[in-house]
Design a protein around this ligand. Structure first.
Ligand SMILES: Nc1ncnc2c1ncn2[C@@H]1O[C@H](COP(=O)(O)OP(=O)(O)OP(=O)(O)O)[C@@H](O)[C@H]1O
Ligand SMILES: [Mg+2]
Length: 291
């Protein structure tokens, strides 16, 4: 067994953790009052995730994997400060997260770019929102650096509709990194891309991570992607009341190479463990749906 349980990790809750997720539960309240009268249906509170604890150290690449609908985006949304926790606490450098902040950059699955702005303007908008007093010269330099970093030089003046999906996601990554966040949050960033573009962007993320070593928390449905990129893989159970089942340590040396990574002695065991986890949880979701 390569992993250790979330309880072990919570016990080790150390001062060195950058992000501490402590006994977090998220309940979406049922609709009440007028809505019930209109639809004739009663709806109950929904416990999406229950009592999740995780300690994330600086400069770690963490991926979250789990069956569809288990609460991965909900957890990331709470870390981003886009929605409140119902119970428990999320601390960033010891301070509770109360809303979005420049210390966290988010990359969305659907890109979420401003369609009327060019590549350059999308990135500028993010920087100016976070640091309104930055000199235009410095801002220009940061934009240029990040456009280069993600390989978009030449596309500065293009609008999102003129870009491919892979290029749009590069803008999303450049925009998130340009505000120089402590933590990069990515919700299935490559989910909508074809396999080739996806592989290419995974390699880019690996390269950028080697340069910057930021803390990254990324949601993915791809076992291979998680094994290629992560230091730790958090495996969530099915919902409702989803928990963290196990956390796997990924021991492969860096820089990693997709061609040779499966030659590492631990690769196939880790992969098999993730496959059986996902298979078990997904089968249970199906059984609950049918039964
Ligand atoms: N605003 C909301 N109101 C009520 N229920 C919600 C809300 N947002 C999410 N949920 C429910 O919470 C559960 C977790 O949703 P979430 O989007 O976090 O899952 P996920 O793991 O990201 O799924 P996927 O892999 O399909 O993206 C789902 O059952 C979903 O229906
Ligand atoms: Mg999701």
């Amino acid at each position: 067994m390569n992993g250790f349980t979330p309880t072990d990790q919570a016990d080790q809750a150390s001062a060195s953790a950058q992000l501490s997720i402590r006994n977090v539960t998220k309940v979406f309240p049922g609709k009440t009052g007028l809505v019930n009268k209109l639809t004739g249906k009663t709806s109950r509170d929904f416990v999406a995730i229950e009592d999740i604890s995780l300690e994330i150290e600086p400069n770690t690449f963490v991926t979250i994997i789990g069956p569809s609908g288990c609460g991965k985006s909900t957890l990331l949304g709470m870390i981003a400060g886009l929605m409140p926790v119902t119970m428990g606490q999320i601390l960033l450098n010891g301070q509770p997260i109360v809303g979005p902040g420049p210390d966290r950059g988010m990359v969305f699955q659907n890109y979420a770019l401003m369609p009327w702005m060019t590549v350059e303007e999308n990135i500028r908008f993010a920087i100016e929102t976070v640091t309104p007093k930055m000199s235009p010269k410095r801002c220009d330099r940061i934009i240029k650096e990040h456009i280069q970093l993600v390989g978009l030089s030449g596309a500065e003046r293009k609008h999102p509709h003129e870009l491919s999906g892979g290029m749009r996601q590069r803008v999303g990554i450049a925009r998130a990194l340009a505000i120089n966040p402590q933590i990069l949050l990515m919700d299935e960033p490559f989910g909508a891309l074809d396999a080739l573009t996806r592989g290419f962007l995974q390699d880019e993320i690996e390269r950028i991570w080697e340069q910057q070593r930021k803390t990254v928390i990324m949601i993915t449905h791809s076992i291979e992607e998680a094994l290629l990129l992560s230091d730790r893989i958090v495996m969530m159970t099915r919902g409702p009341a989803a928990r963290v089942d196990e956390i796997l340590e990924v021991p492969f040396p860096r820089p990693r190479n997709r061609e040779t990574i499966d030659q590492h002695p631990a690769y196939h065991d880790l992969k098999a463990e993730m496959e059986s986890h996902l298979f078990r949880e997904t089968r249970a979701v199906e059984a609950a749906r049918i039964g």
